[in-house]
Design a protein around this ligand. Sequence first.
Ligand SMILES: Cc1cc2nc3c(=O)[nH]c(=O)nc-3n(C[C@H](O)[C@H](O)[C@H](O)COP(=O)(O)O)c2cc1C
Length: 192
Amino acid sequence: MPAPHPQALEFLLNRRSRPAKTLTDPAPDAAALQPILTAGLRVPDHGKLEPWRLIILQGPALARLAELCRDMAPTRGLDAEKAEKSAMMFAAAPLMIAVISAPVHSEKVPPVEQAHSAGAVCLSLVNAALAAGWGANWLTGWTATDPQFLSRALDLTPTEQVAGYIVLGTETSPPPERPRPDVRQKTTWLTH
Ligand SMILES: Cc1cc2nc3c(=O)[nH]c(=O)nc-3n(C[C@H](O)[C@H](O)[C@H](O)COP(=O)(O)O)c2cc1C
């Protein structure tokens, strides 16, 4: 017989991200972050390649990335409003974890599977933070993939990208309702 974890299932059935704009200080400190990081990195990883790493971004680093965003956004064809929105993703974050997808050479595990594992780290971090009582949100945008931004902002190599910027903080207002998928419409049972 399976051994159920009703509380864990209840959490998964009701979990919801908290939009970054509703998050404020305090953010988790180093001690509070430790179990979140440990849970975040406990993900399926074909071949045990660990094709990901984390960069934790705090106050001055977030301000630096916001400034870089403002400098570079016009050269990326973004209008002033979009430029400021992308800068505020960094400037307004109480704390941010950049999940770096860092694929390694493998005969067995294709890059797409390694990228999926980095995505699993993002969701695990969000879920662990939510389970610990924090608000969390997985964000991306042009700053997650632009090679020049990533090199200047985070010193990434050309093969690395940001799978997600995970914003963490304290919730100020309940998240808006979000329609959830119709399981039956999304599911096919093949029986022969
Ligand atoms: C790869 C990825 C990138 C995302 N980027 C953004 C983003 O840049 N801005 C945004 O508002 N939501 C973004 N989202 C959506 C939110 O993270 C999230 O799906 C939404 O808030 C609802 O999440 P929930 O199902 O945990 O409640 C992204 C989601 C994924 C999977």
